[in-house]
Design a protein around this ligand. Structure first.
Ligand code: GLC
Ligand code: GLC
Length: 843
């Protein structure tokens, strides 16, 4: 069953029924101001940091679902009937309803009692504000007398404190309301709190250390307003039946403590067929510390800084222009790669939604979604490096900045803080370090950046360790230390020690936690000198091959000046040798006969082997080791992938391991804390599936690769939305595995490494359009029954028009560039601004 459909021409998903299985959300903003918005206008907004600068309040895990949002109420003043044009929160049945989610905007349109309403929500580029552009149309044959009420609830900035520290927070809420253009008669006792303008300002804590405030403006003369929640809702009432809306009259309340809100009341008389546009702006503004108040010495917000934007965007023509700019911006970003294949799910995911999700994961890391509360996690070191992989071609400059921020948190020993805080850009001490895979992902991230841009100067950037002044060394040395970190930590079998965890956060082999509530990630009760990871071994080999490419060129460029390095520059042969050694180790200790083993535990017992009764085979090492090239020549790669097909594949995707852990095992940690079939305990952990797709394409099995791709492609799962539950336009982290009661049900949509890796798998492995250090490589491994496909790729300033034609069943590619046959599969770099026509014949 579907709850909407794709509109590919508009690049939108159109939801046609408000009660989707879960709120289906979208993101507003892609720079500094962000909002989450559901298909019924739920969600919240924040500036830069979802925890520390939250503008509006949202209630996670609430009942009814999805409470807190950008709410509007329409009241027919002739009958007294009122409803929400976004369905929530009143849930009054609408005659028409449609929600269109696009890139950075959402439009919710509905109709009831002959009043049509359409609201476009978006964040203009370069601004720290959001716009709600409401169009009301009277489609009745008679005059309409309607009231429009807006409603948001302010969050007192720190979302964590806001939801816990009530003894203080109930006393600190403060607003200012400017009524100049409203001309409302005010009660005398309220007068001192009021200042000029028709805007509601939220200024809690502005009197002391904060230099930021929020504002909520409306383009119309107001019939009234409210800023105290209880006045608006009425005692013991919910957002579904606010007393003010019921009565058709605002209280003009001014908040003093309790719960500051913003609600404006606009009265409209609409002739039959008449249309009226009303604009609301919710914005964030900072003032310099010494210019906070106007007049100086008073406690009144200096509003000059906000006024400009307010005046600009209360004019519809400027709003329309800003919206067009946003659309054009996305046309430009998505235009970096567009494909036309025989499969519509591939086309829309590659061309629109998967790329869009990559931008969102790059921006949010794992902080704010409907499954991530925005107060928990910082930016993950390994996560952000992987998120880069699907994003770097869109805005390489931002990837560069991210790489430098991240590597400045790296530890001197080459290890990494597992997370860093986006606002301070410092490593997070609570979580600490010791996740032994972390530093290797930096090598992959930097290498991807170099392949995309050829910007070798990044390796010369002087970057601190642990954000400590005086520790600067070229980024290249950070990479060397990352590699050395693994070599310095080898275990009894010469495999890399696992530390707290490798990619699988829940495989905690040094934890041994028997105390409820302890963190599996940060508790370690063993010194960690025994437990080893085959995944890290594979990842190390993969990182070696990236380092090989970088090392030669680095040496070439630095014949004279390597004085800044405290490490000897290792030649590429060093990494080649290290890789060979590690491969030998994997064959000796990490190969189980039919697949790669997973790990050795603290007792030196193998995991991910036929010797185990549960956890016999894990997906991660099969993917990563084959991606590193292990077993491609000796046939073991094919064996490992056949084992994946036999033991792990399901129609809904490939599960993480089998058999699932039936009980908690002290020596394995969190993985065995999950009920079978969920999350790391044999769930379909979608992040890992594209590794298998890439591995299948490496061994030349395009049909398999694409089959796995289709199984978890959200668009291809749209028809089973009632089972899948999450949005059909973005990937979720997890789909319940075959051991679960709800096999096929997805959870944790949006913020997952799944976005970047699927993008890489389909575009670089299956469609085979791969940036390399020397040029763009065309080496597709795609389904036998496809006659071919076309693609346009912007790469290093040139445009590549690619046409792939299948003439045989294999994967041999011969290229013709601008009409001339060439040898090899890498097209040498073209001059900037040129168009390169590529024809690839696949035999
Ligand atoms: C989550 C984490 C990621 C980890 C994965 C597997 O997605 O963000 O860092 O690799 O889970 O445990
Ligand atoms: C990762 C895992 C999750 C685990 C979490 C710990 O995100 O996916 O299962 O609970 O790390 O913070």
């Amino acid at each position: 069953m579907k709850f909407g459909h794709f509109d590919d021409a508009q690049r939108e998903y159109v939801i046609t029924q408000p009660d989707t299985p879960l709120p289906w959300i979208n993101y507003l903003g892609c720079e500094e101001y962000f909002g989450l918005i559901s298909n019924t206008a739920g969600g919240y907004s924040f500036y830069k940091d979802a925890r520390l600068r939250r503008l509006t309040r949202y209630r996670y895990n609430n009942s009814p679902l999805d409470m807190g949002g950008r709410y509007l109420y329409i009241r027919d003043n002739n009958t007294g009937k009122y409803w929400s044009p976004s369905w929530m929160p009143t849930r009054v049945k609408l005659d028409e309803y449609e929600c269109r989610h696009g890139q950075g905007y959402t439009i919710i349109t509905s109709k009831l009692n002959g009043i049509k309403s359409s609201t476009r929500y978006f964040v203009p580029l370069g601004e720290s504000l959001e716009i709600w552009q409401v169009t009301l149309t009277n489609e009745n044959g008679s005059d309409a007398d309607v009231s429009l009420f807006s409603a948001i609830e302010f969050c007192l900035w720190d979302a964590n404190d806001d939801s816990t520290n009530f003894q203080r927070n109930y006393s600190i809420g403060q607003v200012e309301v400017d009524l100049e253009s409203i001309g409302l008669p005010m009660k005398q006792e309220q007068a001192p709190a009021l200042h000029k303008g028709s805007v509601i300002y939220h200024k809690t804590e502005y009197r002391e250390r904060r230099d930021h405030f929020a504002y909520f403006a409306c383009s119309e003369k107001l019939a009234g307003f409210d800023t105290q929640r209880e006045s608006f809702l009425g005692a013991y009432r919910g957002w579904d039946e606010p007393a003010v809306v019921e009565n058709g009259e605002s209280c003009n309340s001014v908040a003093y403590g309790w719960q500051p809100i913003g609600s404006q009341h606009v009265k409209l008389q609409l002739k039959p067929g008449e249309q009226k546009q009303i604009i609301f702006i919710l914005g964030y503004q900072e003032n310099p510390k010494d210019d906070k108040f106007d007049p100086p010495g008073s406690q009144i917000i200096n509003k000059k800084s906000a006024k400009k934007a307010i005046e600009k965007y209360l004019q519809a023509s400027n709003v329309d222009k800003a919206f067009d700019e946003l659309r054009n911006y996305w046309t430009m970003l998505l235009g970096k790669l567009q494909v036309t294949t025989p499969d519509e799910h591939t086309n829309r995911m590659v061309n629109i939604w998967n790329a869009y999700q990559c931008m969102v994961t790059f921006n949010m890391s794992r902080s704010a979604s409907y499954f991530e509360s925005g107060i928990g996690r910082g930016m993950g070191f390994r996560d952000s490096n992987q998120d880069l992989l699907g994003f770097v071609h869109m805005i390489p400059e931002r990837a560069r900045e991210r790489i430098l921020d991240m590597s400045a948190t790296q530890l001197k020993n080459g290890g990494a803080f597992h997370q860093y805080q986006p606002l301070t850009k410092r490593g997070n001490n609570d979580v600490g370090s010791g996740f032994n895979d972390d530093p290797l992902w930096l090598v992959l991230g930097v290498s991807a950046y170099l392949k995309e841009t050829g910007d070798w100067s990044i390796l010369d950037e002087l970057v601190q360790y642990e954000n400590e002044a005086g520790t600067e060394s070229p980024l290249y040395e950070h990479l060397q230390r990352s590699m050395q970190y693994t070599l310095d930590r080898l275990g009894p079998n010469n495999l890399p020690l696992i530390g707290r965890a490798d990619w699988n956060d829940c495989l905690n082999l040094n934890c041994f936690s028997d105390t409820p509530g302890q963190s599996f990630q940060t508790t370690t009760n063993k010194d960690g000198n025994v437990a080893e990871s085959v995944l890290i071994a594979g990842l190390f080999v993969l990182a070696c091959s990236e380092m090989k490419g970088l090392a030669d060129r680095y040496v070439e460029r630095h014949t004279l000046n390597v004085t800044q390095l405290t490490f000897d520059v290792q030649p590429s042969t060093f990494y080649a040798t290290a890789a060979t050694e590690m491969e030998k180790t994997v064959w000796a200790a990490g190969w189980d006969g039919d697949w790669f083993r997973r790990a050795y535990d603290d007792f030196g017992h193998v995991l991910g082997s036929k010797e185990n009764t549960e956890g016999q085979i894990f997906i991660e090492p099969q993917g990563i080791c084959v991606m590193a090239g292990l077993g491609v020549e000796n046939g073991n790669a094919v064996k490992a992938l056949d084992s994946v097909g036999e033991h792990l594949a399901t129609p809904h995707g490939i599960v993480l391991q089998q058999p699932a852990f039936s009980q908690y095992y002290l020596h394995l940690g969190e993985i065995s804390s999950y009920p079978p079939g969920y999350k790391e305990n044999a769930g379909i952990f979608c992040h890992t599936n594209p590794w298998i797709m890439i591995a299948e394409s490496i061994v030349g099995r395009g049909d398999n690769a694409f089959d796995y791709y289709k199984r978890i492609n959200p668009s291809a799962r749209e028809e089973i939305s009632e089972l899948h539950k999450c949005e059909p336009y973005v990937y979720a982290q997890m789909i319940a595995g075959k051991d679960a009661a709800t096999h096929g049900e997805a959870k944790n949509s949006w913020l997952s490494g799944t976005a970047a890796w699927n993008y890489v798998a389909i575009t670089q492995a299956i469609l085979g359009i791969q940036p390399t250090l020397d040029g763009l490589q065309i080496q597709p491994v795609f389904p036998c029954d496809w006659k071919g496909f076309t693609a346009t790729r912007q790469f290093r300033g040139a445009t590549y028009e690619i046409r792939v034609e299948r003439q045989g069943k294999g994967n041999d590619v011969s290229l013709e560039v601008d009409g001339n046959p060439m040898t090899g599969s890498i097209i040498p770099l073209a001059t900037k601004g040129s168009t390169v026509r590529v024809k690839a014949i696949v035999m």
